[in-house]
Each structure stands twice: as structure tokens, then as C-alpha cells.
Design a protein around this ligand. Structure first.
Ligand code: PEP
Ligand code: MG
Length: 887
């Protein structure tokens, strides 16, 4: 027969300590604390397995549970010397939920259970405190009616308020025994009116009612929502903890409190917490009375009058501090604790690993490793790589008030305030005038790059987490909120409407790319500090990781940021972004719109020195490191002129008529450009473009090698390859350009020619492709798009629903679809290596900065991941964790 009840405290040893899956976090740690000799009121835990069975059986308990619960009660009675339901000296218990992971406030609790019209008298007698007894009884009736009977909570609150008013009282503390007693009478009438039956007087009925209610709260709506948001499986279930009550409300030598063994906001190694004298646990959280500080130092720092626990109860405080140290040593982590002092005696009611900010997580991990409490490897594993994001960007001052207008996707972390502008040119102009601007667009396109660069932050109405705006913003380290569907942007009128509110160009807003919130006005921010603990932990991570970490960057500034963050090369330099700069866009347009090769070559000639300059400055920053440069990739129509003046400008440069250009632009129109004339298809049809780019790369590399002595290692990357023949043709173009340049310069540079794997066919044919390609870089943005047949630019509209309905566990553009897309990567890795032993393998899609995807890359045996500059530290830590996990 399955055992469901596990006793703790009073020397019981049912083996529950530490078994969180079976007993939930609270139950496992109560037993844990009791077994290391800490003062824990005796009790028992009904396991999570019972919760599962309860629902399987149609919300009934098996008969066997009755006997087990009776044994559990007998255990508590034995240790306390009190009897449950005894009118002379009653045992009271708490009934509390407790799942494997903490779900704060999501499930139910009943305190003071076991009180009825008879036992309340006994409690008054034994405690010698009639007021306390009736106060406890009224609390119990109120809580039980709410949690177990499901009655209207407000009616009870109202009755209390009226009682206070009638007596001219301001606070609960003024109520005397007779008032509480009268209130209990009113509560009982309320119960009978609403429930149709008198309040249950049988203490065993009370107990079973509470046990059912706590198990029942596992399936409450709010618990379900919380589970969904936090990826907690429904089958885990909750445990139920029944424990002898101890009372913090037995006068001025009693108290109750909540504490952390270290500061959860900063990580500082100081005790941190609050307590209330003469109060019960829920009073601290409920905010009815203002709690007092735990330590004298904290009280003094806050300039508060009411004495700290350290001052008011020095002996008990010393005992508590001793317990804190024991708990931290035992659990080897910062603990979040609930305690009660009953007439001077300390009791521990809960301990668990405390939630903390990223800053605190870092400091605690590093300090605990330095203290020898945990190993460096454990410290690495303790910090959530994504939480580092909070540290790398300025963030909103948590204490600031905010007027939230709407919410979109948290596309690029960090916060920014500025005036609204609706186009890139205005963004640039206002920025030059010294204004902080937020670029607000329906969606962005490569043409907006200069405006995005000039803006402090970017807000779009459309687009997902890998939309253009999101990718570029992350690359630049600009905060971005994308896909804020409730925005209506009127570019003509230059107004932004959000529901009934209207904002005009020049109005100030704040965006938080970490939460997706858009706020009115300027919300103050705080700057990150990347020294100290951050550097120490990163150093430890670098020692254990196998994967190299590169960056996706295309400007010298981004390259510098990435190098400062520890990037070991460039994994993807997207050359198209360079084509949009004001000085060259006209030449680019001239090239695209040319009718023949001679026309294109004329334009390319103008572009060559510009491109060479681009690569020169990047190579200088990345001297000695590998730099993967991708030749032109996007559909040409993205570069087309729009306005009459733009057409006129190109016409003049090319020496042709505007009408000719317009006809040519029309010819370039594509219905499905992402699957159209882009990637290496451009190089196949217009090899002179790639030829110019290759020449620019090698000329710049030779120049930098000559100047600095540290040659860069160019890795020329051909995009969107599906067949070996495509790559063969393109490699020939690159190799020929290289040989010409080397002959002209009289020096050779080491280089590689490889391909992106971003089409399923390329993955499947990787053995053939590797006969030509010297490296592979997985372009998982396109590979996801082409494998799933889902547009990366439009998917935001339905992907949230797909995640909500469990079709995808996470947005596949954010976290790699390991089963599907991952399989293609595995096939390509295996086939590529079969042909070319030691072929260099990396990933440069957005997934290269996602910890779960990085774990997959470690498993798949890639050589490096490439992430946007601000994700480089995240990738370093995630790579270390992945290596440790693999062992
Ligand atoms: C990719 O497709 O994964 C990739 C890195 O290229 P881009 O995002 O520029 O299409
Ligand atoms: Mg791509």
C-alpha cells in the first residue's frame, strides 16, 4: 500500500527530509530543519502523490488515508501533549499547501484549525488570555469560510469594520475579548445565511474540509495560470502540511516574521527581514501594520523609530541568527525564512531558497564560492544566464512610479526614455539636436538602420522576437518593444493612439525592453555595473566552457562592445546593413537598377572603397581573431528608392531617365521575397557584386596585416545555399578575387570560404556541400522559417497562441525547435564531418544567444555560438553551464 503521510518534528523519522518531489518544498524542508535539530512545531505532510490520486479518483480520498492522518495527528498530540478537539487544552493546527517549487500566494492555507465554541474556552483558560483566544477563533472562522466554504470574503471584512466603527476604534489592536467574541457571533450568522448550515463544530470535519480545499486549490484558475507562466507541469501536484500551531500573537513576548539570510536585492551578506510583535504570520504580509526591521543596522539606515528585533528581543534574535547560519550551511544557499516567537520561544515555520535579483544572484554565488560554501562550478550553475541581461543594460528604477500605456514583446532588454518620432530621418535629426528619441514604427526595415542607431529605443506595432526591429535592436544594444498590437500609428497626422489616449511627435515615453511595457513620460533608470562579481564569475565560466563565443556585429562600435564583453571573433557580419549608409545608398540603388553588367560594375566601383573601409575598421578591432563576413543576402527590393527625389538622385548618378528606373524597379517586385531572389542567388546572377565584396575583404585584410602585423582571419560566408554547385560557383568568385588581390599586394592572407546552412536541403545535403565549404554556420533564423514554413517577420500574430496552446513549448524563433530544426542540424553536423573531418561549425541565428539553444549546440558538438554583442556574456555563462551539465 502506498504511504501518503510523512511525520516530522519531535524526533519522527519517516525519511521525508529533502524529498521535494514527494513532499513539496515546504514539507521536505520542515522535515529537513527538524532533522538537524532546529525548533520546528511537529506535524505531518500528505504527499504530492495523494494530490495526483485525488484527482484521478474523482476528488475523493482513499480509505487508507483516514488511518494515516489519524496516526499523524496522534504524533502531533504526543509531542505537544495536547489533544485535537480537547475542550480543556486543545491542539490547534495549520493546514498549508506546498508544491515542489514555490508558487507564492497561489494556493490555500488555513490557520488556527481546531477551534470551536468549546475549545475556544479551553484556549482562553490555558493561555490565560481571553482576547487572544477569541481573536484566534474569529481569524479561523473568517479564513475557513473564505478558503474552505468559498463564502464572500468582503462580508466578513465589512462586519469587522462596522464593529470597529460602532466602538469608535481605529485599529484592530483596540478590540478587546468581548468585541472579538461578538464578532465571532456575527461571523457564524453570516456563515449560516450564506452557506445554509451552521459553522462546522466538529474538529475532524474542519480538518478534512481544509485538506480537501488545499488539494483543491491546485486546480484553481490562478494556480493554473501561474503554472502556465512558469512551466510547472500539472501532474506535479501539491502536498498538504498539517502542523501544530504556534502563536506569535500571545502578547509582547511573542512575534512573527519573515527573513532572508542575505539581502535578496543586493546580495550583501547581511540578515534581512521584518517582524511584528504580537501578530500572526499573515499580518506581516497583509500590510495592516507596518512591520519592524530585523536588525539594528537596517533600522538605523532607514531612520526608523520602532525597535528592531535585535534590540527588542536580543536573546531570541541571537538564537535566530544562529539558525540562519545553520540553515545556510545546511542548504548551501541563501534562505527565505518564516518564523514565529511564542512567549520568547523561537519556532521555524518554513525555509526555502530565496528569490533574488540578478545582481544579488551574482554576488551571492561568487561570495559563497569564496567562502567555500559552494564550488566555483556550483556558482556558475546558480546564476541564470538570462538574468545577466538585467545587469548589462540600464534598467528602470524599481522604486519609480509608472503610468503604463500598453505592453508589447520584450524584444531587446533595457529601458529608454525619449521623445516620440515616427521616422528614421527625424530620429537622426533630433538626435543630432541633442534630443533623446524613441523611434516608433509600424515595423522597421533595413532602411531605418540609421534612425534606429540614433534612437535610444525602438517601439513597433508589428513584428515578433526575431523581426527586423528586434534583431537589429539587440545587435545594437538598443532597448526595443516590438509587436505592441494596441498601438495605432498615424504617420500622416503624426499621432500615436493607444486606446483612448493620443500622443504626438515630441511627447515623451519610456519603453522597457525587459518587460515589454510602454509608459508615459520619463521613468528614471539606473546604470549597470559590470565589474567585480560579474568579472569573477565570467572568468570561472570561461575556464569550464568548451564552446567558443563569437558575436554578430557589423560596425566597429558593436565589435568593440562585443570584444569588451569577451567575444572571441565575429560569427556573422551582415554586409547589407553597410549598404544603407547615406553616402552609398544611391550607388547601391544604381547597382540594383542597372540594366546590364557594365552598369552594375560602374556602381560597384564606387562602392568598393566604402566596403574596404568598413572591413578595414572591423579588422582593426578584431585583429588576430576570426571574422565571418557574409556576402550580400537580402532581396534587392529592400534597397529600392521610394520617393520621387530618391529616384531622381539615382537617375542622375546613373545617367539614365527616371522612367527607366521605375520600370526596372517594377520588374524587381517579388510576391515572396524571402523565398525569392536573395542570398547566393544574387551572387549567381550578379557575380560582380560578390566579386566586389570579396575584393574589399582581401584588400582590407592585407592592409591591416601590413599595418598592424596581426592579420585578421576572414571567413567568407555564402548565404542561402541549397546545392553544392551554388557554393562551387561562389567559391570560385571569392578565390579568384583573393588571388588577384594577393598578387597585387604581394602577400597572402589565410582565409576560409564556407556557407550558411539555413535551408533544409542544405542540411540534408551537407556531405556534398562540405566537399566545397570549409565551414558551416547554422543560420537558424532562416532554417526555422524554412523548416516550419512560418514567416519570421509575421509569426508574432499567432505564435503566442501556439505557445499558449502548447503547440510549441516556446517561440521557435527565440529558442531552437530542438526536435525538428535541431534534427536537421544534427544531420548536417554528421554529414559535414564525414566529408570534411574537423570542419568548423557554428551557429549565427538569434538562437546563438539563447541558453537552451546553446545547451543543444554543446550536445551537437558545434565549435562556437555567435550572439549579438549584449548577449555575449549570457552565451559565455550558458556555454559553461552546458559544458558542466554534459560532464
Ligand atoms: C539566419 O538566417 O539565421 C541568419 C543569421 O541570417 P539573417 O538573420 O540575416 O537572415
Ligand atoms: Mg538568414
Amino acid at each position: 500500500m502506498t504511504k501518503y503521510v510523512y511525520r516530522f518534528g519531535g524526533g519522527a523519522n519517516d525519511g521525508g527530509a529533502g524529498n521535494k518531489n514527494l513532499l513539496g518544498g515546504k514539507g521536505a524542508n520542515l522535515d529537513g530543519m527538524a532533522s538537524i535539530g532546529l525548533p520546528v512545531p511537529p506535524g505531518f505532510t500528505i504527499s504530492t502523490e495523494m494530490c495526483t490520486r485525488y484527482y484521478q479518483d474523482g476528488e475523493v480520498f482513499p480509505d487508507s488515508l483516514k488511518a494515516e492522518v489519524a496516526d499523524g495527528l496522534a504524533h502531533i498530540e504526543g509531542v505537544t501533549g495536547k489533544k485535537f478537539g480537547d475542550a480543556a487544552d486543545p491542539l490547534l493546527v495549520s493546514v498549508r499547501s506546498g508544491a515542489r517549487v514555490s508558487m507564492p500566494g497561489m494556493m490555500d492555507t488555513v490557520l488556527n484549525l481546531g477551534l470551536n465554541d468549546a475549545t475556544v474556552q479551553g484556549l482562553a483558560q490555558v493561555s490565560g488570555d481571553e482576547r487572544f483566544a477569541w481573536d484566534s477563533y474569529r481569524r479561523f472562522v473568517q479564513m475557513y469560510s473564505d478558503v474552505v466554504l468559498g463564502l464572500d470574503h468582503d462580508a466578513f471584512e465589512e462586519a469587522l469594520e462596522i464593529m470597529k466603527e460602532d466602538n469608535g476604534f481605529f485599529s484592530d489592536t483596540e478590540m478587546e475579548a468581548k468585541h472579538w467574541k461578538a464578532l465571532v457571533g456575527e461571523y457564524k450568522t453570516l456563515v449560516e445565511d450564506q452557506w445554509g448550515k451552521p459553522f462546522p463544530q466538529d474538529v475532524h470535519d474542519q480538518l478534512w474540509g481544509a485538506i480537501s480545499a488545499v488539494f483543491g486549490s491546485w486546480q484553481s484558475e490562478r494556480a493554473k495560470v501561474y503554472r502556465r507562466l512558469n512551466d510547472i507541469p500539472a501532474e506535479w501536484g501539491t502536498a498538504v502540511n498539517v502542523q501544530a500551531m504556534v502563536f506569535g500573537n500571545m502578547g509582547d513576548t511573542s512575534a512573527t516574521g519573515v527573513a532572508f539570510t542575505r539581502n535578496p536585492a543586493t546580495g550583501e551578506n547581511v540578515y534581512y527581514g521584518e517582524f511584528l510583535i504580537n501578530a500572526q504570520g499573515e499580518d506581516v504580509v497583509a500590510g495592516i501594520r507596518t512591520p519592524q526591521y530585523l536588525t539594528k543596522a537596517a533600522r538605523e539606515e532607514a531612520n526608523a523609530k520602532p525597535l528592531s528585533m535585535e534590540e527588542a528581543m536580543p536573546e531570541t534574535y541571537a538564537e535566530l541568527a544562529r539558525v540562519f547560519d545553520i540553515l545556510e550551511t545546511h542548504y548551501r544557499d541563501m534562505q527565505d525564512i518564516e518564523f514565529t516567537v511564542e512567549r520568547g520561544k523561537l519556532w521555524m515555520l518554513q525555509t526555502r531558497s530565496g528569490k533574488r535579483t540578478a545582481k544579488a544572484a551574482l554576488r551571492i554565488a561568487v561570495e559563497m564560492a569564496s567562502e567555500g560554501l559552494i564550488t566555483e562550478e556550483e556558482a556558475i550553475a546558480r546564476v541564470d544566464p538570462m538574468a545577466l541581461d538585467q545587469l548589462l543594460h540600464p534598467s528602470l528604477d524599481p522604486s519609480a512610479t509608472r503610468d503604463v500605456l500598453t505592453k508589447g514583446l520584450p524584444a531587446s532588454p533595457g529601458a529608454a526614455s525619449g521623445i516620440i518620432v515616427f521616422d528614421a530621418d527625424t530620429a537622426e535629426r533630433r538626435n543630432e539636436m541633442g534630443d533623446a528619441v524613441i523611434l516608433v514604427r509600424i515595423e522597421t526595415s533595413p532602411e531605418d538602420i540609421h534612425g534606429m542607431h540614433a534612437a535610444r529605443g525602438i517601439l513597433t506595432a508589428r513584428g515578433g522576437m526575431t523581426s527586423h526591429a528586434a534583431v537589429v535592436a539587440r545587435g545594437m544594444g538598443r532597448p526595443c518593444v516590438s509587436g505592441a498590437g494596441s498601438l495605432s500609428i498615424d504617420n500622416k497626422e503624426r499621432v500615436l493612439r493607444i486606446g483612448k489616449r493620443e500622443l504626438r511627435e515630441g511627447d515623451t515615453i519610456t519603453i522597457d525592453g525587459t518587460s515589454g511595457e510602454v509608459m508615459l513620460g520619463e521613468v528614471p533608470t539606473v546604470q549597470p555595473e559590470l565589474v567585480g562579481d560579474f568579472g569573477v564569475l565570467m572568468g570561472w565560466a570561461d575556464k569550464v566552457r568548451r564552446l567558443k563565443v563569437r558575436t554578430n556585429a557589423e560596425t566597429p562600435e558593436d565589435c568593440r562592445v562585443a570584444r569588451d564583453f569577451g567575444a572571441e571573433g565575429i560569427g556573422l557580419c551582415r554586409t547589407e546593413h553597410m549598404f544603407f549608409e547615406a553616402s552609398r545608398i544611391t550607388s547601391v540603388r544604381q547597382m540594383i537598377l542597372a540594366e546590364d553588367e557594365a552598369g552594375r560594375r560602374a556602381a560597384l566601383e564606387k562602392l568598393l572603397p566604402e566596403q574596404r573601409g568598413d572591413f578595414h575598421s572591423i579588422f582593426e578591432v578584431m585583429a588576430g581573431l576570426p571574422v565571418t563576413i557574409r556576402l550580400l543576402d537580402p532581396p534587392l527590393h529592400e534597397f529600392l528608392p521610394h520617393s520621387e527625389s530618391e529616384f531622381a538622385e539615382v537617375a542622375e548618378a546613373a545617367g539614365v531617365g527616371v522612367e527607366v528606373l521605375k520600370r526596372r524597379a517594377n520588374e524587381l517586385h517579388e510576391f515572396n521575397p524571402m523565398l525569392g531572389h536573395r542570398g547566393c542567388r544574387l551572387g549567381v546572377t550578379y557575380p560582380e557584386i560578390y566579386e566586389m565584396q570579396a575584393r574589399a575583404i582581401f584588400e582590407a585584410a592585407c592592409d591591416v596585416a601590413e599595418k598592424s602585423g596581426a592579420a585578421p582571419i576572414p571567413e567568407v560566408m555564402i548565404p542561402l545555399v541549397a546545392t553544392k554547385r551554388e557554393l562551387e560557383l561562389m567559391k570560385k568568385v571569392v578565390d579568384t578575387a583573393a588571388e588577384l588581390v594577393f598578387a597585387e599586394k604581394g602577400r597572402r592572407i589565410e582565409y576560409l570560404v564556407g556557407t550558411m546552412i539555413e535551408l533544409p536541403r542544405a542540411a540534408l545535403m551537407a556531405d556534398e556541400i562540405a566537399e566545397v565549404g570549409e565551414f558551416f554556420s547554422f543560420g537558424t533564423n532562416d532554417l526555422t522559417q524554412t523548416t516550419l514554413g512560418v514567416s519570421r517577420d509575421d509569426a508574432g500574430r499567432f505564435l503566442t497562441q501556439y505557445v499558449d496552446k502548447g503547440i510549441f513549448a516556446r517561440d521557435p524563433f527565440v529558442s531552437l525547435d530542438v526536435e525538428g530544426v535541431g534534427q536537421l542540424i544534427e544531420i548536417a553536423v554528421e554529414k559535414g564531418r564525414k566529408t570534411r573531418d574537423g570542419i568548423k561549425l557554428g551557429i549565427c541565428g538569434e538562437h546563438g544567444g539563447d541558453p537552451a539553444s546553446i545547451a543543444f549546440c554543446e550536445q551537437a558538438g558545434l565549435d562556437y555560438v555567435s550572439a549579438s554583442p549584449y548577449r555575449v556574456p549570457i552565451a559565455r555563462l550558458a556555454a559553461a553551464q552546458a559544458a558542466l551539465k554534459k560532464g
